[in-house]
Ligand binder design. Sequence first.
Ligand SMILES: Cc1cc2nc3c(=O)[nH]c(=O)nc-3n(C[C@H](O)[C@H](O)[C@H](O)COP(=O)(O)OP(=O)(O)OC[C@H]3O[C@@H](n4cnc5c(N)ncnc54)[C@H](O)[C@@H]3O)c2cc1C
Length: 382
Amino acid sequence: MLVETPQHPPEVYAQIREMAADFARDQILPHAEKIDRDESFPEDIFKQMAQLGLFGVTIPEEYGGGGVDCYAYAIVMEALARGYSSVADQCGLVELVATLIHQFGTDQQKARWLSSVTGFERKVAYCLTEAEAGSDLSSIRTTAVRQSSGWRLNGSKLWINNAPLADIGIVLARTDPEKGHRGMSVFVVDLHADGVSRGPREHKMGQRGSQVGPLFFDDVQLPGEALLGEQDRGFYMIMSVLEKGRVGIGALATGIAQAGLEAARDYAKTRKQFGRPIADFQGIQWMLAQMSMEIAAARALVQRAALLIDNGKSATEASSMAKCFASDMAVRQTAEAVQIFGGSGYIKGYEVERLYRDAKITQIYEGTNQIQRTIIARQLLK
Ligand SMILES: Cc1cc2nc3c(=O)[nH]c(=O)nc-3n(C[C@H](O)[C@H](O)[C@H](O)COP(=O)(O)OP(=O)(O)OC[C@H]3O[C@@H](n4cnc5c(N)ncnc54)[C@H](O)[C@@H]3O)c2cc1C
């Protein structure tokens, strides 16, 4: 297997890892249980992250980003998820939106939106999914119709992260209904505009610090400059940034599993049965060893995909492998962490109970793992 190398010296990544890990340990983890219980939005944590440059890791510094690369982004996502995955998820959302605007926006659009997005002054939403269009994005029904001065947007989006509180949304809409996925475009939509409304937020199994809900667009008038990139190329634009998105979710899932391993290891060393710590039993030792191996394998797949992106290579297959393997692994290994805790692991208030719930969604969003396997198989068979 070809091994790509990182762009920066090791000390650059070590510094980023330490900063993100310290922040996760001191400022995120102590609040995770309460955020999960209350389903609250940790705005204070996000403001601190913006000050530390933890939003827009791959975006140039002139636009308020970290000016680093996807390898560093993966490091940050894993470290933040070790604290709480809903916080890492916000980091991933900002990265996706900022990447799209940076990659496809005009100078004017970048100047208008980017710094406020990476500075967390504007909260963002990434609006693809609809009631009849989840895995099959080519069947979206939201339309944007050209007018003399701009566009008229109609439709609705479902399960959109940040929908209850976002200021701007990246919206995928049909601009040429005859042309299927070749007739879709991306718009940056002011979510406070007339005609935009929000439905009630959903109550979720896990990652309860992220607020998800529907958005409705009823004859929303968009200015001409709301169109991002080339008209009718929106589907391809969305697909191209999803590679980075999948690296991010793979790293996030790895962070959840790492948290599970550390909690299970510490518990196994202190919990006594049959007169000795359960960590003395080979059955428990082998469970911990398996967790550690699988986490290392997931991290390696995530890093490989990130390095391919940073070196300008195709990462379609690698990013799907990273996302799919790491998220399946996180669900499997957080279940093992619960098992090592015995009955305590099933009780609210124990970290592993939350981690198990938080891990599940990583198999579903950013493209389900069935879709990732389809992408991998397509690459194999072409
Ligand atoms: C908490 C949460 C946050 C989300 N955040 C966002 C967001 O911010 N923005 C956004 O746009 N969307 C978001 N989503 C939506 C998410 O991306 C979709 O739920 C996901 O893509 C799957 O779509 P679906 O739920 O409609 O499932 P479906 O596509 O209906 O799939 C149902 C099942 O069928 C399987 N399946 C479908 N097609 C195939 C196939 N061809 N081969 C094999 N199996 C298949 C799927 O893998 C799945 O198991 C979020 C969802 C949740 C729950």
